[in-house]
Write a protein that binds this ligand. Structure first.
Ligand SMILES: [Ca+2]
Ligand SMILES: [Ca+2]
Length: 370
């Protein structure tokens, strides 16, 4: 709806737009070479000024005071100052007016900072920063990017809106951060969206800051009536994040883990005569994983690692395949494979033997800094 000019700034007073544009060019040529972070001009940024409010000024947020020949020049000065979002303009005296550049607008908590002052004018932009989108004391600058703002973040908070990469990063920078819901962005300014509502447990694992991702299959769940190998299948859906985001979290974390348990009654897990297991878990990249929690070797459960299984020649307690309730459980810890995407089981089809099992899969947790 707006025509394209060298750069575009929305003015509510069209008659001064020409001199305004001219001044912008002059100032830009002076400033262009010495800026490290590109300003509004370089990024072809738009500011939307609202209607001027006569006989008002905003107090307590002045970042700089300047003089200018007219209101349009004041707007230019605000445009050139990345933190400026509103202006107090004084009366014309000696051919100049005073322009106070403010880093806030009279909204939300600052609404009472707008005071009456005769012969002055308050002028504010449509301010996307008034909702404080930048986390962790990052500075919000209006008029940048397609969202209408950008965040200048403190070190250690690389996300687009100054999110931390992980709960451990957050805890390191803010040691007093408490357990609760946080937004983290494991790949920082990279293309993956932040993960919302991640629980950071700030007391587990000696208080290093543990990211906890929930899923829809945490309850102990019956497996019955599925005899063929892997004929029982349960997809795992994680809360608040997709598998790409979780994979990114595993890469920035030192350790990740997920508890897995199979309780069995005459239901084999990993052992079979032709080496194809009855049950397995599927990695995030769709690999069929044939070891169980607490083990690292294919065909083994935790008891198989230290030769304590119910039948010592087999790798899992459940592989004894008898009329006793048994269980195999432990933590999966290969962060290049986790989290568990799917669970598969079998050998629960014989009604006379009362074959059955229960699976339990814990929340996915990552902590430490890789
Ligand atoms: Ca990101
Ligand atoms: Ca059986």
């Amino acid at each position: 709806m707006f025509s394209s000019v060298d750069f575009l700034i929305m003015l509510s007073l069209p008659r001064i737009s020409i001199s305004f544009k001219y001044e912008c060019h002059i100032i830009m040529q002076m400033q262009y070479t010495k800026k490290l972070i590109p300003g509004r001009f370089e990024l072809d940024t738009t500011l939307m000024f609202k209607e001027p409010v006569p006989n008002k000024v905003m107090t307590g947020h002045v970042i700089r005071s300047e003089t200018a020949p007219n209101e349009g020049s004041c707007r230019v000065k605000c445009y050139m100052e990345p933190n400026c979002v509103s202006i107090n303009m004084g009366p014309l005296t000696g051919g100049q007016i005073k322009c106070e550049l403010n880093n806030a607008t009279a909204e939300n908590e600052f609404v009472f900072d707008l005071r009456t002052k005769d012969a002055h004018t308050y002028l504010a932009i449509e301010n996307p920063c008034s909702s404080s989108p930048c986390l962790h004391n990052g500075t919000c600058q209006a008029g940048f990017t397609s969202k209408g703002f950008r965040c200048i973040c403190l070190p250690g908070f690389p996300g687009t809106n100054c999110e931390a990469k992980s709960c451990s990063d957050l805890k390191k920078i803010e040691p007093r951060a408490e357990s609760g819901n946080y937004v983290i962005d494991p790949d920082g300014e990279g293309g993956l969206l932040p993960m919302y509502d991640v629980i950071c447990d700030m007391t587990d694992k000696d208080g290093v800051g543990v990211a906890v991702i929930s899923h829809d299959s945490e309850n102990r769940t019956l497996v019955k009536g599925y005899d063929r190998k892997g004929s029982y299948s349960r997809d795992i859906h994680y809360t608040g994040a997709n598998l790409s985001q979780i994979a990114s979290l595993t890469r920035v974390s030192l350790r990740c883990e997920q508890f897995i348990k199979y309780e069995c009654y005459h239901s084999r897990l990993l052992h079979s005569n032709n080496k194809v297991p009855f049950g397995w878990w599927v990695s995030r990249d769709d690999d069929k994983m044939t070891y169980w929690g607490g083990a690292t070797e294919n065909g083994k459960c935790a008891c198989g690692m230290n030769n304590t299984c119910a039948k010592p020649s087999l790798g899992c307690n459940c592989d004894k395949n008898d009329k006793n309730w048994r269980e195999d459980s432990g933590f999966l810890t290969d962060k290049t494979k986790l989290p568990v995407k799917q669970l598969r089981f079998g050998d629960t089809g014989d009604d006379i033997l009362k074959e059955q099992g229960y699976h339990t899969l814990g929340k996915f947790k990552c902590y430490g800094m890789a």
